[in-house]
Design a protein around this ligand. Structure first.
Ligand SMILES: Cc1cc2nc3c(=O)[nH]c(=O)nc-3n(C[C@H](O)[C@H](O)[C@H](O)COP(=O)(O)OP(=O)(O)OC[C@H]3O[C@@H](n4cnc5c(N)ncnc54)[C@H](O)[C@@H]3O)c2cc1C
Length: 294
């Protein structure tokens, strides 16, 4: 299908983009990689009168290390994250997650900021961003603010971004010592999106027990979430097989699981438990390897 007619604007600076977004209000939409917005416009599920294309603002695309933190610009593509040597060393969960998104074409055009702003319930980034306790920067004519990932995903396709705000950056802690990460995903056979995706970060104590566990889960409910009950069942405990199994059983606690032709709510909840256990096991194995210097 063909979109409704729209005006196209390509600002060269963030301040110009912010001004255009404020000017168009509800009639405008930010365009990044276009890999979620353009399909919606073709289906006429979205019909903005103006698109503000932020793809030409060069200082929104970067990956930087700043002390123990990593900062990523909003228009950084999935592929650039997947192939970043810095991230492979400092925050390997990000390249691992990026490599699970769509196909090469999607990864070459789609952006981390666009994916987070879109907040697809089966998108991959929200799980990783939650597990890493990231913060998301929003800029408008009123100034800038940093939103914790836990407060960012509000509901189905809804985030804490206000209508006049542009998502400009994501910042997150690098992988600490004695820690391991993992992202495991069951791909939908038709769309490739996550039927379930589980992102885990485990930090071990000096005695090998789990000092801290963080779990972000996508694909199950209307929005990605932190599996708090799993995390508290693991914190301070030694990582026995039985304990990992018992903790993972809480992966879908309190979540109103989606149901569709491919997966019933019951099956999705089961998948959440299985993929959570596998992600924790993988993160643990990696944390132990790093701790042992293997
Ligand atoms: C065939 C196909 C397969 C895919 N498979 C997967 C998959 O397996 N996993 C997955 O996670 N995703 C998948 N995607 C989605 C893809 O990752 C998109 O790139 C992503 O969801 C949106 O990013 P974008 O840069 O393309 O954003 P756009 O499509 O340009 O924008 C998406 C929405 O976010 C808003 N927006 C964008 N950037 C900003 C910003 N900086 N500030 C404020 N608002 C903004 C837009 O206004 C729009 O509402 C797939 C897409 C396609 C077409």
């Amino acid at each position: 299908m063909i979109t409704e007619p729209f005006g196209y604007h390509a600002p060269k600076s963030l301040s110009e983009a912010v001004r255009l977004v404020a000017q168009f209000g509800a009639d405008g939409k930010v365009l990044a990689g276009g890999h979620s917005l353009i399909p919606l416009m073709k289906l006429r599920l979205a019909s903005p009168k103006h698109l503000v294309d932020i793809g030409g603002i060069s200082d929104l695309s970067y990956i930087r290390e700043d002390g123990d933190e990593i900062q990523i610009g909003a228009t950084t593509t999935h592929f650039r994250i997947e192939s970043s040597d810095l991230l492979k060393t400092k925050c390997p969960l990000l390249p691992e997650t990026a490599g699970e998104i769509g196909d090469a074409q999607v990864r070459n055009k789609g952006t981390m900021g666009g994916s987070l702003a879109h907040s697809d319930p089966a998108g991959d980034w929200p799980a990783a961003i939650l597990a890493l306790d990231a913060e998301i920067q929003a800029v408008s004519a009123r100034g800038e603010r940093w939103i914790p990932a836990r407060e960012f995903f509000v509901d189905l396709l809804a985030t804490a971004l206000k209508g006049d705000e542009i998502l400009t950056a994501i910042r997150l802690p690098a992988l600490p010592s004695r820690a391991g990460d993992a992202y495991l995903k069951l791909h939908h056979p038709a769309s490739g999106f996550a039927v379930v995706g589980a992102a885990a970060r485990l930090v071990l104590g000096e005695n090998g027990s789990i000092e801290r566990a963080a779990l972000g889960i996508t694909g199950i409910g209307p929005k990605a979430y932190r599996a708090a009950a799993v995390e508290s069942a693991l914190a301070g405990k030694s990582p026995t097989t039985k304990r990992l199994e018992e903790a993972s059983a809480h992966a879908a606690d309190g979540v109103d699981a989606n149901s569709d032709l491919y997966a019933s709510a019951e099956y999705r909840s089961h998948l959440a438990r299985v993929y959570t256990r596998r992600a924790i096991e993988k993160a643990l194995e990696r944390a132990q390897e790093r701790t042992d210097g293997r």
